[in-house]
Design a protein around this ligand. Sequence first.
Ligand SMILES: [Zn+2]
Ligand SMILES: [Zn+2]
Length: 313
Amino acid sequence: MSALIVECRPAADEGAVGFLIRALALNCSSMREALEYTYGHSRRHIQSDASNAFAQLTGVPQSWFEHRLPSVSGKDRWQEVRLFGQAWRDDWTLRGTHQQVCLDCLAEHGYARMEWDLAAYTACHHHQIVLLDHCGECGRGISPDRPALDVCSCGRYLATENKPADAAVVRWSALIAGALASRRDVIEGDGLIAMEPLRGMSLDGGYRVLLAFGGGKATLKGQVMNGVATWLRSADLHDILASALSRMAVSVNLARAGRTELQRCADSLAEQKLRGISPFDRAAAGHLLEAIGQAPRWRNRQPIYHDQRDLFR
Ligand SMILES: [Zn+2]
Ligand SMILES: [Zn+2]
């Protein structure tokens, strides 16, 4: 039973926020109205704590929203996020309120794919183009509070000249989409990547290793969206992933990258060695650190265990 008059059913690979935008637009309502209805006040972040209310609003099962909306829980020293049945270390992996779209997919299917909700997914693996995350007219980021999936909150249609995506990034994108769809050729039982060179890592871990090879956290901090808020532009992140994948394919590329780059990569790997979400993620970061010829650092620091059970694995 749906509280909305015009009923709307989600597609198999549709994202929850995109689905809400679509269902609300069909009913001449908006995300702002829906959030006020749901939380009792306006709110920016859309998380799984509202799944029950969204289920009542749309008639779609609560578990569907719980799977596709981030659920943030405080761990010992930081927050862990669960989304798409997997654990993520923090918000850098997730786009949150900063949305991105493939206009070709929207034109063909009319709904937003779930993988667009991950920052790690920067290029459409169907159309092999970089995703769009801002309005060409007003320059602002694409907000969940917009009148329709292909219309900016400023009221104008989203439009862009398609930027062709790097072939390796398209393969990485396809891996993410396959993982979310639980395809056996790209993901093992526990949600671990089944493809070289990231085999055995979690999606979060694989993404962080790529970021390390793409220049580390320092590169991310340089990405500014809208000239105001710091955020990762899809196109910039696509370029970082492209250089990371080419460096990982030919490790000599990293040696040529210069001392600063090598140092940044090593710093990010060392951090991942301490903070990786799974024991394998941490171990893999340690091995990579050795492989690029960088000494282990922070010897006085202990690995952080997310879960007491990790100690016995
Ligand atoms: Zn597409
Ligand atoms: Zn706009």
